[in-house]
Design a protein around this ligand. Structure first.
Ligand code: ATP
Ligand code: MG
Length: 391
């Protein structure tokens, strides 16, 4: 019996060490989660790779592959035919079936490559390749053999079961999520912050998100946009936890009590404090933001210094040195761009100064802040009323 399966490859080097098992389990869970609503899928662990099987019928690769290949830590996937009957006559037939399925219109030359991890197999890998190659030549007279630069490489892998495949669809690679500890990303709904979250997730950081919500100055739709972005990010990682912090009261308090041209810096410091507190509770080790140096008034080196001074954990700014276009290119590639550009009010104009301070002095900001007697109370309230959304 042969069946369509998806072979999943992951970065072997990153997987060494004690946590290897845990990372594989995370990959398995991420695949299961992404396929959950599509049918009855099963993920089998097989010597350094994973095999996705469809227990509900014949696998639809066009549907399954996009849901799997995007998971971080996966280097690539191969649509394959699996057979439990490994005798050479059957292997030949399965190869023929595979070629018929992919179609040969695009190919003139081919070769067969065999890997044999089952050493009890009666034939050597070269013998298998030769026998299968001969059979293919017979069945598909249009094809000729080219062992150096073939248009088509038919791979035969003899393991516990046998697999035949010819295509590798590349994944993002990266490190498996969770292999680098946890971080909390400040997600605004703009273009930059989801890209920043993705970049850190790609380096193995387990990313959760925090959004500062200011109703009625920002709408329900603005919040929904961030939820949609978080959901999109969850596809890469197999899950995403989003905090939604009610920020209005704190924002109004700062509006009334700090110089208007410096308001943004105080708001960002307050956001940073809340992010650190929420992160610390979850044992996060860093805050992640979408800041890019020089992009807007609060993202000058001086502005970033004044904001960072409020943090109690490191702030990672993976986009610090990126141009806008570079960020947009990644946003498109990861499918967050179209969500990010949905029109919505970023924040009411009363909170934005016409001529914001671009070179704040941290010492002056801190001096003003030390006189804000109710700031801590508002911070605590915001944290207390934070909503958690699991995606
Ligand atoms: P983005 O495209 O991510 O919205 P931006 O270019 O609009 O960024 P700013 O508004 O200065 O820049 O925000 C800088 C960073 O601060 C954002 O990338 C994000 O990490 C964080 N941030 C800003 N506003 C919010 C918010 N309402 N909730 C959570 N994080 C925020
Ligand atoms: Mg923004």
């Amino acid at each position: 019996m042969e069946e369509k399966v998806l072979i999943v490859r992951y970065g072997e080097i990153a997987m060494r060490g004690n946590n290897r098992k845990l990372f594989v389990t995370r990959l398995v869970n991420a695949i299961r989660k992404n396929l959950d609503d599509m049918g009855d899928y099963y993920v089998v662990r097989e010597q350094g790779r994973l095999i996705v099987e469809d227990r509900g019928g014949e696998m639809d690769f066009d549907k399954v592959i996009p849901r799997v290949v995007c998971i971080l830590g996966i280097t690539g996937v191969c649509p394959a035919l699996k057979t439990t009957e490994q005798d050479i006559e059957n292997i030949k037939k399965v190869c023929e079936q595979h070629i018929n399925e992919i179609g040969i219109d695009d190919y003139k030359t081919f070769k067969v490559e065999t890997k044999r991890s089952d050493k009890r197999y009666p034939l050597g890998s070269r013998e298998v390749s030769a026998a299968v190659g001969e059979y293919i030549l017979e069945k598909f007279p249009q094809l000729t053999v080219d062992v150096h630069e073939p248009d088509l490489t038919v791979n035969v892998e003899l393991r516990n079961d046998a697999y035949v495949y010819s295509k590798l669809i590349k994944g993002f690679g990266g490190l498996p999520v969770g292999s680098s500890g946890k971080g909390i990303a400040m997600l605004s709904g703009g273009i930059d912050s989801p890209v920043a979250a993705f970049m850190m997730a790609k380096r193995g950081v387990e990313v959760e998100g925090v959004y500062f919500n200011s109703p009625p100055y920002t709408s329900e739709r603005a919040k929904q946009k961030v939820v949609d972005l978080a959901e999109r990010l969850s596809v890469f990682t197999g899950g995403f936890k989003l905090y939604v912090v009610p920020f209005t009261d704190l924002q109004l308090y700062l509006l009334d009590n700090v110089p208007h041209d410096k308001l943004t810096i105080f708001l960002k410091r307050a956001m940073t404090r809340v992010a650190c507190t929420l992160g610390e509770r979850d044992e996060a080790l860093a805050v992640i933001t979408g800041d890019s140096v020089g992009q807007v008034a609060s993202q000058t080196m001086q502005g970033l210094h004044a904001i960072s001074a409020a943090a109690t954990m490191p702030i990672l700014r993976p986009l610090a040195g990126f141009d806008k276009q570079e960020i947009v290119d990644i946003a498109r590639k990861i499918g967050t761009f179209d969500i990010s550009i949905r029109p919505y009010e970023d924040c009411c104009t009363i909170f934005v100064a016409k001529h914001p301070e671009t070179k704040p002095k941290t010492s002056i900001i801190e001096k003003i802040e030390s006189k804000l007697t109710e700031l801590d109370k508002y911070l605590e309230e915001a944290i207390e009323n934070t909503e958690v959304i699991e995606l």
